[in-house]
Write a protein that binds this ligand. Structure first.
Ligand code: F3S
Length: 645
């Protein structure tokens, strides 16, 4: 029986485990990437491993999120990351060089390799035939140290693309169609593997638009084969030596199959406030647009912006529209400047933003209250634009540019002759904003501004745990409740003591004070505790505050893993009714902790009420080792020491 492409790459990188869907497997990671908002913590964690140099084939640190300086915090964090990169063998992409995923595709992505990135849109690299996965900073730190990345073997979905795209229909419409079919939950635990004759009409950046937004399906990752089109892109980037042809065997077997006939697709739009709220552009009637934003890691490639330039050439944007464009990289911006396209864009009335995430992460360009903002980005959740009442729609660059001219969300097919942009034979290459690491980093001093604070580390578990219940919260508490993140707190991602004053405050404003006064304790939660994002800070900050265990009716999967990674016990009530009995400030005691961890059933004694409760600890053997060691970092250090003996 033949293998599909995902299975081939997984087999080649498999360190342990059986590749049966759902089984835990360990993968060798070839490349890592970080961006600045998750990078500072990932590098602090990497430093704590005590390793001299990264053990990946290639690691890159990008600065693209916090590039607006409104205080010294951002620049200070960038200087820290730059010095760590130089010392430990990591390439450093300076602010202005572009958005991590766009630059990685241009300069570093290699077909058939594995990439782990501390950003959820890392799967963009799948456009180049990489197995590219987004993960928490700690997982990336461990991978940089040469440790395995653990994941449950995903199901592999074959996406067969038939036919070819009609004029004015683009790669963005393919992924919007999938979101419409499958919803934002449709990809959980799955890899989407694209195949079929339709992939021949998609260049690498277009394939990357699709794999990028696979993250919105909730997918583990998405991948395209590496073929002649991949070769042409790599050659134009002066990297033909990185090419390897890769595809599924002709008799490959998949867990699920989906077919999309590209010739039947029409321009699509994701309406507020979810990327899967998709309709045909032609079905939206008279939606007046206040703002149009073109860019982000989804749609800011050279070809995307050349199409935009051609549409805008010789025209002026509508009077009531603000059009802002952030080219994805310095390479893209330079080439637009060299060939005159930038002049056409500027002449139309567009505002040029630096090559960075910018408005995609709420850094600038927040729309007016109740405004309609049309974007080429990947997310349109309420409030992400920085304006809670704004209505964000997601479209292709072609639809965005045409709508900026008409002032209404417009089906570009009524607009004029189709635009045709060819992949350049040679991209302009100037890597002077990519700083290579030092040959020997020993003498490099790490720069630590006052915003770089030591981060909390778990301790090997003691045989008795005691403390008070610090707070009791209800069902569906999100990571945003546990550790709020907004443009005011984002610059403090490397400053856990500062962030700790905001921990769980949307639910209980006194929580940080109680945790500090009682030197830690327990949290009691309802069902689905920790849902939402993969935010690691929602575990790190409680660890800093001395939280030893969270007792809940159930946990969201990623948050539960983050708690264990940080040495905090995620305990589930065997009998949900016990939740009702617990009160804030009850004193709890867990005895014989080490034995109880192994048994998977933990007895908690409530000293205040003289009662006992049974809690379930449903975790893997490896996770039990992690809790015993006081978290993933400690376990990795222990394993490192053992391997030296
Ligand atoms: Fe940046 Fe937005 Fe992508 S924040 S990495 S452009 S999703």
């Amino acid at each position: 029986m033949g293998l599909n492409l995902s299975q081939k790459i997984i087999q080649k990188h498999l360190l342990h485990g059986e590749t049966k869907p759902g089984n835990e497997i360990a993968l060798k990671i070839d490349q890592t990437l970080t961006q600045d908002s998750t990078g500072t913590m990932a590098y602090l964690q990497f430093e704590a491993l005590g390793i001299d140099k990264v053990r990946t084939k290639r690691s890159v640190a990008y600065i693209d999120h916090n590039t607006f300086q409104s205080g010294p915090e951002n620049a200070g964090d960038h200087a820290y990351i730059q010095s760590v990169a130089k010392k430990y063998g990591i390439y450093f992409s300076k602010p202005g060089n572009g958005i991590c995923h766009q630059v990685h595709l241009e300069r570093f992505a290699i077909p058939g390799e594995t990439l782990l990135g501390s950003d959820s849109h890392t799967p963009t690299g799948g456009g180049m035939g990489m197995l590219a996965i987004g993960a928490g900073g700690l997982d990336v730190a461990v991978a940089m140290g040469g440790g395995a990345y653990y994941i449950n073997m995903p199901k592999i979905v074959k996406v067969n693309l038939k036919g070819s795209l009609n004029p004015w229909v683009s790669a963005k419409d393919i992924i919007l169609e999938l979101l419409k079919k499958l919803s934002v939950k449709g990809g959980v635990g799955k890899i989407f593997e694209y195949t079929g004759e339709g992939i021949q009409c998609l260049s690498v950046p277009e394939r990357a638009t699709i794999t990028n937004m696979g993250a919105e399906l909730g997918a583990t990752t998405s991948i395209f084969p590496s073929d002649e089109i991949t070769y042409e892109f790599l050659k134009a980037q002066g990297r033909e030596k990185d090419y390897t042809p890769l595809s599924a065997d002709s008799d490959a077997v998949y867990d699920q199959e989906i077919e999309i006939d590209l010739s039947q697709l029409e321009p699509l739009v994701a309406c507020p406030h979810s990327p899967d709220n998709v309709v045909k552009v032609k079905d939206l009637k008279d939606v007046k647009v206040n703002q149009v934003l073109i860019g982000s890691c989804t749609n800011s490639s050279y070809m995307d912006l050349m199409k935009v330039a051609q549409i805008l050439k010789g025209k002026t944007i509508a009077e009531h529209v603000s059009l802002a464009i952030a080219p994805g990289s310095k390479q893209v911006l330079t080439m637009l400047a060299q060939n005159g396209a930038l002049a056409s864009i500027i002449a139309s009335g567009a505002r040029i933003l630096e090559s960075a995430c910018g408005p995609c992460i709420g850094m600038g360009q927040s729309p007016a209250e109740n405004a309609v903002s049309l974007r080429t980005f990947n997310r349109n959740f309420e409030g992400r634009s920085g304006t809670l009442s704004a209505k964000v729609y997601l479209v292709s660059p072609e639809i965005a540019a045409v709508s900026a001219l008409t002032g209404y969300i417009t089906d570009a097919r009524n607009f004029g002759d189709p635009i045709n942009v060819e992949l350049p034979k040679k991209f302009f290459i100037n890597d002077n904003l990519i700083i290579p690491p030092a040959k020997d980093g020993k003498s490099i001093e790490i720069i630590r501004g006052s915003n770089i604070k030591p981060f909390p580390q778990g301790k090997a578990v003691s045989n008795e745990i005691t403390g008070k219940i610090l707070t009791k919260v209800g069902d569906n508490i999100t990571t945003d409740h546990i550790m709020p993140s907004n443009s005011k707190l984002l610059p403090y991602r490397s400053n856990i003591p500062y962030l700790s004053d905001y921990c769980l405050t949307p639910c209980d404003k006194d929580f940080p004070k109680k945790a500090k006064d009682f030197e830690g304790g327990f949290i009691v939660g309802g069902s689905n505790y920790g849902q939402g994002s993969s935010r690691e800070h929602a575990a790190l900050v409680p660890l800093y505050l001395g939280v030893k265990a969270v007792l809940a009716k159930s946990f969201a999967r990623i948050h539960m893993a983050n708690l264990i990674n940080n040495g905090i016990f995620p305990l589930i009530f065997e009998n949900e009714k016990d939740y009702e009995e617990l009160d804030v400030l009850d004193e709890l005691l867990i005895k014989e902790v080490k034995r109880q961890i192994q048994s998977g059933l933990i007895e908690i004694y409530n000293i205040t009420k003289d009662k006992k409760y049974k809690m379930v600890l449903n975790i893997t053997k490896r996770q039990k080792e992690m809790l015993l060691a006081g978290g993933l970092l400690n376990l990795t250090k222990l394993q490192e020491e053992r391997s030296k003996k």
